[in-house]
Design a protein around this ligand. Sequence first.
Ligand code: ATP
Ligand code: MG
Length: 590
Amino acid sequence: MSRIRLLPETVASQVAAGEVVERPASVVKELVENSLDAGARKIDVLIRRGGISFMRVIDDGCGMDRDDALLSLERHATSKIRSVADLEAVETLGFRGEALPSIASVSRFRLTTREPDAVAGTEMVVNGGKIDIVRDGGEAPGTQVEVRSLFYNVPARRKFLRAENTESRNIEHQLHLQAIGHAQVAFTFARDDRMVFQLPTTTTLADRIRDLYGKELLDQLLPMNRSDSSAIRISGRIGRAGLSRQTRSQQLVFVNGRAIESPLLTAAIREGYHTALMKGQYPVTFLFLEIDPGAVDVNVHPAKREVRFRDPNSVREAIVRVIQETLAGGRADWQEKFRAPADAMPSQAVANLTLRPQVSAPEESHRELPMAGGGGSPNRHQAIEVNRPYQESKPRSQQQFQIIGILNKLYVLMENADGLVLVDQHAAHERILFEELRRRMEEQGVPSQKLLITQTFELAPRDADWVEQNIAVLQKMGIGIDSFGPNTFKIDSLPGFLNVTDGAQFMRKVIDDLKSASDRSSPLRLGEEMIAKTVCRHAVKANDPLRYLEVEKLIQDLLDCDLPYCCPHGRPTMIQISNAELERKFGRKV
Ligand SMILES: Nc1ncnc2c1ncn2[C@@H]1O[C@H](COP(=O)(O)OP(=O)(O)OP(=O)(O)O)[C@@H](O)[C@H]1O
Ligand SMILES: [Mg+2]
């Protein structure tokens, strides 16, 4: 008895739909992509009850004539490619001819469409894949697709749907992707008859970001632009160092206009941020990668969410580089912002602190900064001598920043043109030390200090392997470590800035800390990681009282850093509270 049967077309579509249509958001994705491929200038999306009961996408694109409309519901019917070779240069979002038949096979589906010059349009009603009605329709030019009762005929799928709210949020995220990817197209999104957003046509990504997420986010983004000889062009905007999110929802990446998820690109972005990102946090990116379509395979994922690069390494390197450069470039902006307002009137307290070349009053430089928030008078004898002569300090007019005082013995309060700046002196010191040590490590190696007694210790074979492979880097970091028999090492010196005596114990900890981090990292990265993990112990403690000159130097040194706005663990070093915010809080402006 023969056991193999050909599946009826509708069943085959339903099976295929399992891959293409996972949830309401996938329907919206496919429909909006079709509208974009049809050259729409405006796309209106409406959903009800998480899209499960109703979704509608209306576009003003090229529409279809009757024959094409009928064909569009056939599987493997597409106007977008003709041969496999076309896939190499596909410029449309769709190419498989799967989406419409898949959606129509698992819902109550209605499509109306009309070409701009046609007298009449076409209306089609399909239920569970079966065409029930085809007739003339009189809608506006363009295409309108309505999808009701998703998965009504596939209960197994229905069970996997989440709460309506979750499905709505997924749809909204999907629309964010499309809207950011296509700033020149107007979008509206209504949920349960309430308008969620209305985005006008714009010409720039920046405008679209502002319309969708607000000016405050836009102000924290750095523009990115790079095209190099390797035929990879990267543009868009990324969050400046210190800006991060708890989820990946604002980490948007587009490859040739297609929103994609890619572990490779995610890792590259993370590496580019490196110390500019807190552990467990995600950067904000609107990153657009343009690459020769032949160098990327878009046909590797049923929902077209992933791509495969022919040369993943060059893509990775390009991204790491452009992110590093962009973040470092953002520094100039910060320094500019830090400038004290031209008309800054020094307060009485600050005026007292102004550094004048008064030889007769040498203790002037030792004077305490005014302490906001109290905390008692710090011990004068702890004052660290500042050996910089008065003459060196810049005249007030050229000074970039205006220090007001210190809060809680920790936060330096400063005034700039935008309002109030708070600097975490501990985080700031960490950043300064980190960059200083990294520079030394790159240039001549970190100076090390001999241990009183040479220690030998044994490691598990895998750890021993790891040390063997990284021994040169470890030495450059000031760790005097050498092989001493199988799986055994001897250690006779440690970096001078460290405060440890038990070298073996320290090494075990370093290995634990760094092994995971080093999987994909370069040796230099490893050094950075180690510095970031150890400088903390050395940085100014939160409650160390600092003298004016020290604070001034701290801020100056911070501004000279490559990435001044966050500590090596990605925590912010400074926070801006704008004048507008202050005015709002004091009820001066509503
Ligand atoms: N909104 C629309 N406006 C104009 N034509 C459309 C629209 N939606 C679909 N079509 C036409 O119907 C065809 C089939 O659409 P469908 O989404 O099923 O496949 P596709 O877009 O070609 O490929 P994919 O399955 O990868 O999305 C398209 O190739 C296109 O010609
Ligand atoms: Mg399509």
